[in-house]
Design a protein around this ligand. Structure first.
Ligand code: PLP
Length: 407
């Protein structure tokens, strides 16, 4: 990775900050789309907003004509604000509630999680006098023995009856099926989900209906080799996922004209955004206490997300040019008062006060999962491949933290 432009950002902006590479993000979305489309069409991506709803990224998805995949009223509002047409918004998750009326009235696609949601959708659609666009999230085993808590049990009479009930209702339009299971990134698991979903589509969806077969996500993206090694399993490429998954669809539906085939959708989040952001923080103090070398930085592991706590993220040292003494094998401690706020244990390279650390793979579940604990969220700089820099998000301030409170 060429870190020279990051050095220039360090001279112009206070740390900590994230750097977002929009062209890399767009390239990943394109690569994934092209890999699938080479084998099967129609295909679309539905970008998973919760992973990172940075508007600069969402605009890239919109420009590529992708769908928005949202799981809350807030994310739905963000999708509309960024310009996604409601019929290009897929609403997932068990948390649909107050916003459902607006979603139905707008014509968004509601992937139902349970029978209560189905009932509620029927009542709201009747009240509004509008047809609700719905799909069913299914729950089945893909050979991993994981019992997900989401969706309708696929192989059950209740589910078949619920689908029929929805079909018979004049204010509902069924448009497809959905499946997602976290932590199942192997090709075998993807093959099983593609085979089972196409089989369920055959049983539950009717010819002549619009048919979306949405397989969720949980693919590996582009990983730094040191990072990839920590997963202890093969890391398939986008092309390998496409061959496995789109291959199943091509075999089953390839003989049909494209306009009569189901639309295959995947919902990448971390898969396309994780490696498109860096987190940059500066060493503000160095010390050795009871034999333990500690570099204190102005960032926090809480800005590095769950993965930053579970795995060792690739990190680069950007020398600050000071003649402070070098600290070897340092634990890197963040700005909070928590003992476990450690961004890295035992840095492989020496550091000095004034140096900056740039952590890779900071794009997924980082800025969106940072609670306003002790210090608010930091800025995000957008760095295009032509060197252009823009502020994608400013630093949050005390006023932002207090804006919803009565003071
Ligand atoms: C329903 C759904 N779709 C998509 C995603 C994104 O998956 P990933 O970040 O692995 O690409 C998730 C993540 O948990 C999800 O729950």
């Amino acid at each position: 990775m060429n870190l020279e432009p990051v050095g220039a950002l360090l001279r112009a902006y206070e740390t900590p900050f994230y750097v977002f590479f929009p062209d890399t993000f767009t390239a990943h979305c394109r690569e994934l789309t092209e890999a699938y489309e080479a084998i099967y069409k129609p295909f679309s991506i539905a970008y998973s907003f919760k992973t990172n709803y940075l508007p600069a990224a969402l605009r890239c998805v919109r420009a590529l004509d992708g769908y928005a995949e949202v799981v809350s009223d807030h994310e739905y509002a963000i999708a509309k604000r960024v310009g996604f047409a409601p019929e290009r918004i897929i609403v997932n998750g068990p948390g649909k509630w107050y916003g459902m009326e607006e979603m139905i009235a707008d014509g968004a696609i509601l992937m139902l999680d349970n029978a209560y949601e189905l009932e509620r959708t029927m009542r709201l659609a009747e009240k509004l006098g509008r047809k609700a666009t719905v799909g069913f999230r299914l729950n089945f085993d893909i050979g991993t023995n994981k019992a997900s808590r989401f969706g309708f049990e696929a192989e059950s009479e209740e589910t078949a009856a619920a689908v029929e009930r929805a079909r018979a209702h004049e204010k509902l339009r069924i448009v497809g099926l959905h499946f997602h299971l976290g932590g199942s990134r192997s090709l075998e698991a993807w093959k099983a989900r593609a085979e089972k979903m196409t089989a369920f589509a055959g049983q539950l969806l009717h010819d002549g209906e619009r048919q979306i077969v949405d397989l969720g996500s949980g693919m590996f993206g582009h990983l730094h080799p040191d990072f990839a090694a920590q997963f202890n399993q093969p890391i398939p490429s986008f092309r390998e996922y496409a061959e496995t998954v789109a291959g199943v669809f091509a075999e089953k539906y390839g003989a049909l004209p494209p306009e009569r085939r189901p639309e295959l959708i995947v919902e990448p989040g971390a898969t396309v955004i994780a490696d498109t952001m860096l987190y940059v923080t500066r060493v503000i103090a160095a010390k050795t206490v009871r034999g333990r070398a500690i570099a204190v930085v102005d960032g926090s592991v809480h800005q590095l997300g769950e993965l930053g706590k579970k795995k060792r993220l690739p990190v680069h040292i950007l020398p600050g040019g000071s003649d402070e003494p070098a600290l070897f094998g340092a634990d890197v401690g963040g700005f909070t008062c928590l003992e476990d706020d450690l961004l890295c244990r035992g840095l492989a390279e020496p550091v000095r006060v004034g140096d900056a650390l740039a952590f890779e793979n900071a794009g997924a579940y980082t800025n969106v999962m940072k609670p306003p604990f002790i210090r608010a969220g930091c800025k995000i700089l957008c760095l295009s491949s032509d060197g252009a820099v823009s502020l994608a998000k400013r630093d949050e301030k005390a006023d932002d933290m207090l804006s919803a409170y009565e003071v």
